[in-house]
Write a protein that binds this ligand. Structure first.
Ligand code: FAD
Length: 393
């Protein structure tokens, strides 16, 4: 019988798994290598239907902590708007979500100091130490593009730009690159009008050679790998990107926000999907980004974390077998990983290549349908259009 739990990694997946175990009456030890107060990138984290279900079971706080968008819309070069997809999307920020989960966990759990455990959960992110022990060749891969990112306070932009983003995720598509913009909570999770932030991302394809220069640290000149944090992007690199807006050119709301970003950061887009999730006869599990890292276009990592945590709950309570646990989490992750690749290639690549990625994704969707029907379960595929609903403006 499993009685003690050790979790490696105390970010969103780690906290979500910790909460389900503590609520089931277990004591959990979480080992987190970052000892400092956690710093968000002040970027958006979308909740999804799995996160909704998870929070409905485990979160007793009633105050909202996410901003609701009702659609994804395309802003065309002539500044007309076209609705891309109607669908609810609740978006929070990493630190708002992190401290919400911490409040639930810390309230219920007294951290243990033991290091012996019956079950180890690897929630240690894309560069997982746990995964590297069992799957040393499964590593994150650069997908050929990066995101130029930053946030601007709502109060700093014009009323028309604010209105464009009020209830919409807005995309501007160009030839093999695109920008996206949406509203997220402000400092301390504030959802008050004027205190929220506009979150801006511009994805551009960059060669390995160009990355050598782009990823060089402003202060010590060393090359970053997956992220150049705020405060470390070289001024000439950011200014060159601003200069590039003139030749593109970006529609006014995007240009306005980009020019007002004071603390830009750069994210290198990487991905992988593990072929296995359980080791040592089910005594070691992988969850969250340690198991599968998606491209960001579907904003799905926190949803995946919630799905994995809920399945861990079912596994440790004996509702599902280890084999059923592993099959479900792998199928879910592989399906949404393929979905994120399809969207990434749609935005950033030649249409012929995107269509090939699309065929693979649609094949996974078909397989999901058939297997779900065969097993008499709900399909694992999640789409934003599952959640279309009216909202009181
Ligand atoms: C500080 C931070 C800020 C983030 N900000 C954003 C954001 O603004 N927007 C966004 O979309 N996503 C953000 N993310 C990523 C987001 O949390 C994940 O994509 C997703 O929610 C799933 O998270 P995860 O817990 O599986 O992995 P991660 O969030 O990557 O967490 C892994 C955790 O494991 C810890 N860890 C790694 N190795 C070890 C080890 N050997 N021993 C102990 N601990 C270890 C890491 O320090 C980290 O806290 C952020 C992640 C972090 C860590």
């Amino acid at each position: 019988m499993i009685t003690s739990y050790l979790q490696i990694g105390g970010s969103l997946s780690g906290l979500m798994c910790g909460i389900v175990l503590v609520h089931a009456g277990h004591k959990v030890t979480i080992i987190e290598k970052d000892t400092d107060e956690r710093q968000s990138h002040m970027a958006g984290v979308a909740l999804g239907s799995d996160a909704d279900q998870y929070l409905a079971s485990h979160d007793r706080m009633v105050n909202a902590f996410s901003h609701r968008s009702l659609r994804v819309q395309a802003l065309n070069a002539d500044e007309t708007i076209r609705i891309f997809v109607n669908g609810r999307r609740d978006i929070t920020s990493w630190d708002t979500y992190y401290f919400r989960l911490r409040a639930i966990l810390d309230h219920n759990n007294q951290q243990q100091t033991q290091t012996m455990a019956d079950l180890v959960i690897g929630a240690d992110g894309p560069d997982s130490f746990v995964r590297s022990k069992y799957l040393p060749t499964t590593k994150r891969q650069y997908v050929g593009y990066i995101a130029w990112r930053g946030t601007v306070a709502e109060t700093e932009v014009s009323a028309s730009t604010r209105e464009t983003s009020r209830r919409s995720v807005t995309v501007h598509m160009m030839h093999r690159h695109h920008c996206i913009m949406y509203t997220i909570p402000g400092a301390n999770g504030s959802l008050e009008s004027g205190e929220r932030l506009l979150n801006f991302l511009w994805y551009t394809n960059e060669s390995q050679g160009a990355l050598q220069d782009i990823l060089k640290d402003r202060i010590d000149g060393r090359k970053h790998h997956n992220l150049v944090p705020a405060g470390r992007v070289r001024e000439e690199v950011w200014n060159a990107q601003i200069g590039y807006t003139k030749s593109v050119p970006l529609p006014t709301p995007f240009l306005e926000v980009m020019l007002k970003i004071r603390r830009p950061f750069i994210q290198v887009i990487t991905e992988f999907c593990s072929p296995r999730a359980a080791f040592e006869d089910g005594r070691v599990l992988l969850v969250g980004d340690a198991l599968s890292l998606f491209r960001p276009h579907t904003a799905f990592s926190a949803t995946q974390a919630a799905f994995h945590a809920s399945r861990v709950e079912e596994y440790v309570s004996g509702k599902i077998s280890l084999q059923a646990w592993e099959v479900r989490v792998l199928r879910y992750s592989c399906l949404h990983w393929a979905q994120s690749i399809w969207w990434g290639k749609f935005y950033q690549d030649h249409m012929s290549i995107a269509v090939l990625a699309g065929f693979r994704y649609w094949w996974y969707c078909g397989t999901d349908r058939v297997l779900s029907w065969w097993n008499m379960e709900d399909p694992l595929l999640r789409t934003s259009s599952n959640r279309v609903e009216e909202y009181d403006w």
